[in-house]
Design a binder for this molecule. Sequence first.
Ligand SMILES: Nc1nc2c(ncn2[C@@H]2O[C@H](COP(=O)(O)OP(=O)(O)OP(=O)(O)O)[C@@H](O)[C@H]2O)c(=O)[nH]1
Ligand SMILES: [Mg+2]
Length: 329
Amino acid sequence: MAANLTIKYYLAEEKYRRAQTSEERLNCLEGMLQVIPKHKGTDHLQAAIRWRIKEARAEVQAERDAPKSGRTFRIPRQGAGTVVVIGAPNSGKSRIIAELTNAQPEVAEYPFTTREPFPAMMSCQDVLIQLVDTPPISQMPIEPYVVNYVRTADLVVLAFDGSSDDAPDDTLNIVQQLEARKTLLDQTTGYAEDDFSKLRVQTLLAATQADDQDAVVRISLFRESMPRDIPVVQVELQSRDSCDSLRDVIYESLGLIRVYTKAPGKAAVYEVPFAIPAGSTVETLAERVHHDFVERLKFAKVWGAGGHDGQQVGRDHVLLEGDMVELHV
Ligand SMILES: Nc1nc2c(ncn2[C@@H]2O[C@H](COP(=O)(O)OP(=O)(O)OP(=O)(O)O)[C@@H](O)[C@H]2O)c(=O)[nH]1
Ligand SMILES: [Mg+2]
């Protein structure tokens, strides 16, 4: 986290990253400029936002003058995180969704089976995570809406067919196509400093059919040519254990903690958690519970692992896994 920036600013920046249309992006940028602390230390960043606002206005105008061609599929975000599954034809994307959720996307031995994106919910540790299946990315130019999905995802799962000699090159082609669109598959998510067009997105390589005897060699070949190191999970989707590990790795990669809320004076019930990013404060939780709560929040009481037994805390208090929180507004 750069110095001198507030949680409010980071919330605004996160909202911007998740915006799906140029109009939404413009609104979010204006919101970021409003809440960014105005002092010397943020001069550069303020200038970068102003510059991006100018660009975004031009984009909005250009789209009004000549609506963008190409398909768009708006998928509303659902659950505690959105995981976009991308990959080359036949890399096992739909099979991943089929094994980890109750949905039944078409899975087939031939390539180009999936034609449209498809969202489904995965449940892990009482938390629902949205997985989005996508059509394959091949040598054809990647569709703009898929780039948009990748950029707004909380995590990208890059499927890699461990049984195919084409997998290293085909997967590298995807990395490069995204890179040409200023989108870098990487270990963490964040904007390049002072450049709101270049974005790193946290990615996990899921090597399917990993029981194939040459899968490890193919993965190594890919890693050698991949410009950045990303974590790899090897899966054999026929095995229940292997699917369970993939589910766990996806959940853990999202870096969430589960916290519970209760109304003042009511008994604590540990049933439906709020899953929020680790390191989140009471203020972030308040935002999730109700957008009004951030302004109205007076204090909170916390019970949990950090030794808290109903102590009163302020909005900047950092929450821990399993905390029970009473928000007083
Ligand atoms: N045994 C085994 N088969 C797999 C695994 N992953 C994928 N498959 C098979 O590989 C074929 C392709 O899987 P899909 O999930 O349809 O691949 P896809 O990436 O969605 O393909 P497109 O939609 O065409 O891009 C299917 O026959 C799957 O059953 C795996 O880990 N183990
Ligand atoms: Mg598919």
